[in-house]
Design a protein around this ligand. Structure first.
Ligand SMILES: [Mg+2]
Length: 208
């Protein structure tokens, strides 16, 4: 029996096609290039390798490259006004309100980013908790600790909590803990994903 839904934020509560992701990726690569003094090509390659060992670019830079200015990183990749062009889907709020169980957010972004996005989407009040990357000690999904800390606060277990994310590695990480995880694969980029997946957020109700 599902008692809670734990939502990812970016590219889950708004579509990949919003352009937010593209802009974010550009800023992250720009940061890596400048921090490590790399060409675009080398930054792309090294980051790809880095995040295969760590869940996020931030954790890679902290643990392998000596990054200490964590707030500086967040400010560079999540600047004020980043949400300016994000379109609001008028069906999102009624859909979330129609869900029969409480909702929380687990995001690998800092709180200032999630606050901006939720405000822009007009859904801040629909979540009981927002677990952000800083709250989690800058340790992100798919590390078990990132999931477990959130579930502990919610007072639920992986098996009672439905987790939805657009990133397959994070969903797999949650399922590995015995959790009920669903991949949001809007553009069907993971046709062979071996676990539950949906194309539209509204199809989440299938798992409740
Ligand atoms: Mg996401």
């Amino acid at each position: 029996m599902i008692q809670y839904i734990l939502f990812d934020l970016d590219n889950t509560l708004y579509p990949v096609s919003s352009g937010m992701e593209e802009a974010l990726q550009r800023r992250i690569i720009g940061y890596v290039m400048s921090f490590l003094g790399l060409s675009t090509e080398d930054a792309l390659r090294m980051r790809r390798e880095g995040i295969s060992r760590h869940g996020t670019t931030l954790e890679w830079l902290i643990h392998e490259k000596g990054l200490t200015d964590i707030d500086g990183y967040y400010a560079a990749v999540h600047p004020d006004g980043e949400e300016a062009d994000l379109a609001v889907d008028p069906e999102l709020r009624p859909f979330l309100e129609s869900l029969p169980v409480p909702r929380a957010i687990l995001t690998n972004s800092p709180r200032e980013h999630s606050d901006r996005i939720l405000k822009k989407l007009g859904i801040t009040d629909l979540f009981t908790h927002v677990f952000d990357m800083r709250w989690n000690g800058n340790r992100g999904k798919p590390l078990p600790v990132a999931f477990y800390r959130a579930l502990e606060v919610l007072g639920t277990s992986p098996g009672e909590t439905l987790f939805i994310d657009d990133y397959s590695r994070y969903v797999e990480g949650y399922i590995a803990l015995g959790g009920k995880g669903v991949l949001l694969d809007e553009q069907d980029t993971h046709p062979d994903f071996p676990h539950p997946k949906i194309r539209h957020l509204r199809d989440l109700t299938t798992f409740l």
